[in-house]
Write a protein that binds this ligand. Structure first.
Ligand SMILES: *Cc1c(COP(=O)(O)O)cnc(C)c1O
Length: 380
């Protein structure tokens, strides 16, 4: 089954009791048993919920995997994966990690004796040096935020295999439409479903996807034991959002390309970070690893001062100033003062994250209007 069919049909069956074509919202906390232990496969709603079960099957299929597990947020999903580990275990992760993931690793799990090594995953030599017998997992994001660097997932898998380490990819930015880490050899895929998968800025949810029976058993055990599960209503909203994922992504990518090209030619713009440019240092890799290049773009201004970035953002009418990404409406963010404010300026500058860096989550509006909005805001 191809992607555009899977979003509508994979794992989704009409409700057996009524024939309802839309998956019902099973808003229940428990299920009546005929006799003790004699039930229809559903005992208690932390453990199983039919709305959630259908969403989990659908998400697994989108990543070409067997198993999916949904959590109350992307961070809840990430937390479940780290709970696979024990004190003394080491994790190698990308040095430009999503801020919330960095916080969870550094300020929560480090206290429990898990060791996190932050490495530039584009530097294969440094990655190889960071591995040792205690390395249990490598945590990858690609494209990275906000610099849109691409990490070679296949290369990471081949290094990790020699140490029998798990490879986990946070696939939030790419979505299962543009990139399938399981096909590249990854063991686990994590999503902040909140972003593109849900797509309508109205749900917070996460997912863990794997093709490995033993890993899924463990994740399911953690999901049930910890209980960071999403509500049936949110599962319904995500199932509804997913039906248009491929169409939305095509438009995000198409609009993204036109806006990247507009920015590149603008005399007030300094650099534009978007993996679709031939000059992007990872363009070849992005072409190999991704179907298209996405709708996330970052750029800097020639007048590299925070005041100019703020002035520009203040003049925009269609791009809303907000954290988050991946919704149908366009968003703009200023990493230095918003998502990445907790990183010391020196560290930020090392990775190119200057004071004028602006990040766009390009929506699915008419691109002419989006470009006109940017044009009137950048004139200074
Ligand atoms: C938003 C995000 C998360 C966290 O997801 P929540 O649903 O906000 O908890 C993790 N990784 C990436 C790349 C994200 O963008």
């Amino acid at each position: 089954m191809k992607f555009g069919t899977k979003v509508l049909h994979a794992g989704i069956v009409p409700d057996p009791t009524t024939g309802a074509i839309m998956t019902p919202i099973f808003q229940t906390s428990t299920y009546v048993q005929e006799a003790p232990g004699k039930h229809k496969g559903f005992e208690y709603a932390r453990t199983q919920n039919p709305t959630r079960a259908i969403l989990e099957k659908n998400l697994a299929a989108l990543e070409n995997a067997k198993f999916g597990r949904c959590f109350s947020s992307g961070m809840g999903a990430t937390d479940a994966v780290i709970k696979l580990l024990a004190p003394g275990d080491e994790v190698i992760c990308t040095h430009d990690l999503y801020g919330g993931t960095y916080r969870l690793f550094k300020s929560i799990y480090q206290n429990y004796g898990i060791i996190f090594k932050f490495v530039d995953l584009q530097d294969l030599k440094a990655v190889k040096q960071a591995f040792n017998q205690k390395t249990k997992m490598i945590w990858i994001e690609s494209p990275t935020n906000p610099m849109m660097r691409i990490v070679d997932i296949t290369a990471m898998v081949s290094i990790a295999k020699t140490y029998h380490s798990w490879v986990c990819v946070d696939n939030t930015f790419a979505t299962p439409y543009l990139q399938n880490p399981i096909n590249l050899g990854a063991d686990i895929v994590v999503h902040s479903v909140t972003k593109y998968i849900s797509g309508h800025s109205d749900v917070v949810m996460g997912a863990v996807i794997t093709d490995d029976d033993a890993l899924d058993d463990k994740i399911g055990y953690i999901q049930n034991s910890v209980g960071a599960i999403p509500s049936p209503n949110d599962c319904f909203l995500v199932l509804r959002g997913i039906k248009t994922l491929h169409i939305r992504m095509d438009r995000h990518c198409e609009n993204g390309k036109k806006i990247a090209l507009f920015l590149k030619d603008h005399p007030s713009v300094n650099q534009v970070f978007w993996p679709g440019f031939k000059e992007h240092p990872n363009h070849q890799l992005a072409t190999k690893q991704m179907l298209q290049f996405g709708g996330m773009i970052s750029f800097t201004l020639k007048k590299d001062h925070i005041n100019f970035a703020f002035k520009l953002m203040g003049k925009l009418k269609l791009f809303s100033l907000a954290e988050s990404l991946g919704g149908v409406e366009s968003l703009i963010g200023h990493p230095a003062s918003m998502t990445h404010a907790s990183i010391p300026k020196e560290e930020r500058l090392k990775s190119g994250l200057t004071d004028s860096l602006i990040r766009l989550s390009v929506g699915i509006e008419d691109v002419d209007d989006l470009i006109e909005d940017l044009r009137q805001a950048i004139e200074f």
